[in-house]
Design a protein around this ligand. Structure first.
Ligand code: 8X3
Length: 248
């Protein structure tokens, strides 16, 4: 039985991944700040299958203590799902808060890279897998995407760069790049405004956390010689539009 560590397992895509991996016979270490949500998942999925690992991913000392305290059945991580991340604000750069930018960079870039670095030796030893949650925002710029899109472009390029560095180790690395997925993501992005999130997804028939979880599980369970490099997905009702032009 393999073990996956999923960051941000308290809600949305991460929580759906926890359910999907447990259903597929994996043991899951779920990280996040909201201990009560992790405990509820452990109660539901079984303490022998889901281990709550509560810490703030931007606090490396807390992370290291939590990982060092993993019980033996959960300590050997075969797969890392770098899911935790957030967008804060959707305003143009010139009217964004720099504190929001720093929080996004600290979480989506610094904490993700640091955790990956920490788990790499074990992943190499076990010929494991790393699945990164990037975004369509990594590839397609949009108004108000600024630093969020920049962080997701980092995630994508970091994943691809890791593939080069890990050549010959057997470790597989994937960048998953979803478009509109209805989770707490847009509520958080808009400062807790549920109505703004409801409006954003209204009539879209957006992707769900469960949709993305099935994709992550599929990627992680490919035969050992198959690496999915990048995988971009959107709801059918989300697509592309042309450039905007400012006329003088
Ligand atoms: C966010 C994707 O399409 O909602 O990662 O901007 S989208």
């Amino acid at each position: 039985m393999k073990t996956v560590l999923i960051t941000g397992a308290t809600a949305g895509i991460g929580e759906a991944c926890a359910r999907a991996f447990v259903a597929a016979g994996w043991k899951v270490v779920g990280t996040g700040r909201r201990v009560e949500r992790l405990q509820a998942l452990a109660d539901e999925l079984g303490a022998d299958r889901f281990h709550p690992c509560a810490y703030d991913m931007r606090d490396e000392d807390a992370r290291d203590a939590a990982l060092a305290a993993l019980p033996a059945p959960f300590a050997a991580i075969d797969c890392l799902v770098n899911n935790a991340g957030l967008a804060l604000g959707a305003a143009p750069a010139q009217s964004s808060r720099v504190s929001d930018w720093k929080t996004m960079i600290d979480t989506n870039v610094t904490a993700l890279a640091s955790l990956t670095h920490k788990l790499l030796p074990g992943l190499i030893e076990r010929k494991g897998a790393i699945v990164m949650l990037s975004s369509v925002a990594a590839t397609y710029p949009y108004t108000g995407g600024n630093v969020y899109g920049g962080t997701k472009a980092f995630v994508r390029q970091f994943a691809l760069g890791l593939r080069s560095d890990l050549s010959g180790t057997g470790v597989r690395v994937t960048s998953i790049e979803p478009g509109m997925v209805e989770t707490e993501f847009t509520v958080v992005r808009n400062g807790g405004d549920q109505a703004a999130s409801d409006t954003f997804y209204a009539g879209v028939n957006p992707l769900t956390g469960a949709d993305i979880a099935q994709t992550v599980l599929w990627v992680a369970t490919q035969p050992a010689h198959v690496n999915i490099n990048t995988l971009e997905l959107m709801p059918v009702n989300q697509s592309f539009a042309g450039f905007q032009v400012a006329r003088e």
